[in-house]
Design a protein around this ligand. Structure first.
Ligand code: NAP
Length: 265
């Protein structure tokens, strides 16, 4: 069977390196390109400690992508770079698998339009960890029974967007599932921001500390009880089974798929 050719943008970053390693280890996949603004001209083989790998890190442009023409471009870059990368990929006939967060609903509608024009497919997932997908699913079930809920998301200090894409997606899923809105009340805020940010009337609190990877608690409140649903990504390898599933799935799909839950039966 022919291997799926995969290029990675953000390959020099923390997630990008992990994705390159996972692709190299996966049967049926072939790593054919590495793109980044950082580390350009360096050997990806040296970066990964795999001297047998003959790939030089390049800046992502239409020309550099066409040179490789992979089937799939996996993107783990930054909210500032990701939209241009997706547009380039689709213009070059390459299917994007996107893990970069900070993508807004307006961005998603642009991506959807580009995907439709290209007649290709794309996967965008704010969280590729199976446990996180289940956490969101469990939270949307609990939302039917508990109108009060707050989200606390905790990430490493290098994360540049806040709140996390997972927290926003969780809030969206809870809002879609709940039958009643939480009771409105006036609060005396002695410091602005003390109650976090509001999405769909749900308070989201973002914590950034070195030593953390990606964690989230969804705390529901009810009469005389709370229910806490928590997920911890202790290592970036937690995202890899989801990324590999998305790479293998995207060539068989049509259109834009948003969220790993849509790939899991
Ligand atoms: P990181 O270490 O900063 O890696 C991002 C890399 O992308 C950096 O090397 C950056 O270079 C590079 N880059 C910037 N602009 C680019 C461009 N136009 N083309 C190609 N590469 C470019 O960050 P990370 O921790 O790996 O995280 C990357 C993204 O993945 C973040 O948005 C994060 O929230 C997200 N994430 C998603 C999941 C998920 O499951 N969906 C899980 C973990 C992380 P410079 O340093 O020069 O800017």
């Amino acid at each position: 069977m022919e291997k799926i050719s995969v290029a990675v943008s953000g390959a020099y970053g923390r997630m990008g390196r992990e994705v390159c390693r996972a692709v190299l280890e996966e049967e049926g996949l072939e790593l054919t390109g590495a793109f980044d603004l950082h580390g350009t001209g360096k050997s990806m083989g040296e970066v990964l400690g795999r001297p047998d790998l003959d790939i030089v890190i390049k800046k992502l442009t239409k020309e550099s992508l066409k040179e490789i023409s992979p089937a799939v471009l996996v993107d783990f870059t930054t909210p500032m770079a990701v939209m241009q990368n997706i547009e380039i990929a689709l213009q070059c006939g390459v299917r994007p698998v996107v893990g970069t967060t900070g993508i807004t609903n307006i961005d998603l509608s642009h991506i959807n339009q580009w995907v439709e024009q290209s007649e290709l497919s794309a996967i965008v997932a704010p969280n590729f960890a199976l446990g996180a997908v289940l956490m969101m699913k469990f939270a949307s079930i609990a939302a039917r029974y508990f109108p009060q809920v707050e989200i606390i998301e905790l990430h490493h200090d290098k994360k540049i967007d806040a709140p996390s894409g997972t927290a926003l997606k969780t809030a969206e899923m809870i809002a879609a599932a709940r039958s009643t809105d939480p009771p409105e009340k006036d609060e005396l805020l002695k410091l602005p921001g003390a109650r976090g940010a509001l999405q769909d009337k749900i308070h989201i609190h973002s914590i950034r500390l070195s030593g953390l990877v990606a964690h989230q608690e969804v705390i529901f409140g009810g009469q005389g009880q709370t229910l806490t649903i928590r997920h911890d990504s202790l290592d970036r390898s937690s995202f890899m089974p989801g990324v590999i599933l998305a790479i293998k799935s995207v060539p068989k799909l049509k259109g834009l798929v948003y969220g790993l839950e849509n790939l899991i039966p």
